[in-house]
Design a protein around this ligand. Structure first.
Ligand code: ADP
Length: 348
């Protein structure tokens, strides 16, 4: 079955084209339509460009969707109700869900006779316990606005958990895993018996670990304090926390881990930024091992997680027991999307 996977971001669409069979998975082509809004006028043209490249022999399409809110526990065949739900969650993911919708609508129009499947970043967290996803603010805000932890990067965390069971040769339902997705965005998830029971990103992808340009956890009282001192509005502070903080904000140099690692011994602020980055990950690992009464393996993935063995040693030093394994597993969200799409499409 020939499956096209479309992963739409705000200014690009990544795609991979697979030949999926019962006993094999083969990548046929991959690419990136980028600079949408500049070189390519809109997501609509980008979809047309990709579909032309893939040719007419597509049997099913898998779409990455960032926010499925509290509605989707797994990947689903797209119909009008699913489209409506993705539209409903635009408010919670204003940068991510709209480009996905354009991509889905356009490709469903062109390839109308084949299954289209939505794979949600949030679905892996659907089963988190209430006490893990609730914030301790007045209950009415959950009822009125659905304010809760949703979690993100779920497709990546799910993919590396499944790969880990193959490497460890143990079933997922017997394992306590801590999966660390460290890229430009960073998140960490506790996976107990195959179920994500907690994760560091929250209502939005701003919570949790220190990231390239995002602050991660902080005391919310800092926000009004900065607003008052700097005479800036709330949008400016949120923008600062998303785009000017994290490794970039503390180092004052860059959010690029390669450059930071080179400058670390020469630049005090770079050293501080990396110390905070590592310390925050250690704290989460400790917390998640605590709530799972131990941890069988810690998995690292993402551009930082896959390429920095020295950093991983520093993170793990002193926090894990000698029985805990450390694994580096390259993530492949598109392959995970292709697997889900295949599973759903063959049943039709
Ligand atoms: P995104 O979250 O945008 O997909 P990536 O997963 O590609 O990002 O991760 C980007 C980060 O990975 C950057 O900080 C980059 O410096 C780091 N990175 C990528 N390749 C390497 C490498 N070979 N060595 C060290 N760091 C790397």
């Amino acid at each position: 079955m020939l499956i096209l996977v479309l992963n739409s971001g705000s200014s690009s669409i990544k795609y991979k084209f697979f030949d999926m069979r019962e006993d094999s998975e083969k990548l046929l082509d991959k690419g990136l339509a980028e600079r949408i809004g500049d070189k390519i006028p809109s997501h609509k043209e980008a979809v047309n460009f990709i579909l032309n490249k893939a040719g007419s022999k597509i049997d099913a399409v898998g779409h990455r969707v960032v926010h499925g809110g509290d509605r989707f526990s797994k990947s689903v065949l797209i119909d009008d109700n699913v489209i409506k739900a993705i539209e409903d969650f635009i408010e919670l993911a204003p940068l991510h869900n709209p480009p996905s919708l354009v991509t889905i609508n356009e490709s469903r129009k062109i390839l109308s006779g084949i299954p289209h499947v939505a794979v949600f970043d949030t679905a892996f967290y659907y089963d988190m316990p209430e006490y893990a996803y609730f914030y301790a603010i007045p209950y009415k805000f959950y009822e009125k606005y659905k304010i809760r932890k949703y979690g993100f990067h779920g497709t990546s965390h799910r993919y590396v958990s499944e790969q880990a069971t193959r490497l460890l040769n143990r079933p997922l339902n017997e394992l306590r895993l801590i999966t660390c997705h460290l890229g430009n965005g960073c998140s960490i998830t506790a996976v107990k018996n195959g179920r994500a029971i907690d994760t560091s990103m929250g209502f939005t992808p701003l919570e949790g670990l220190v990231m390239g340009t995002r602050s991660g956890d902080l005391d919310p009282a800092i926000i009004p304090y900065i607003m008052e001192k700097e005479s800036i509005n709330v949008n400016a502070v949120v923008d600062m926390l998303n785009k000017k903080s994290g490794l970039l904000g503390v180092s004052g140099l860059t959010n690029d881990m390669r450059e930071l690692m080179q400058e670390r011994s020469k630049n005090k602020r770079v050293k501080l930024a990396l110390d905070i980055f590592i310390y925050r990950i250690k704290k989460y690992i400790g917390a998640y091992a605590g709530v799972m009464s131990g941890c069988d393996a810690i998995i690292f993935t993402g551009g930082i997680g896959e390429n920095n063995p020295g950093l991983i040693d520093e993170i793990c030093k002193g926090v894990i027991s000698k029985d805990t394994k450390t694994l580096v597993i390259p993530t492949d969200e598109e392959l995970m999307i292709a697997r889900d799409t295949y599973r759903i499409a063959v049943q039709m």
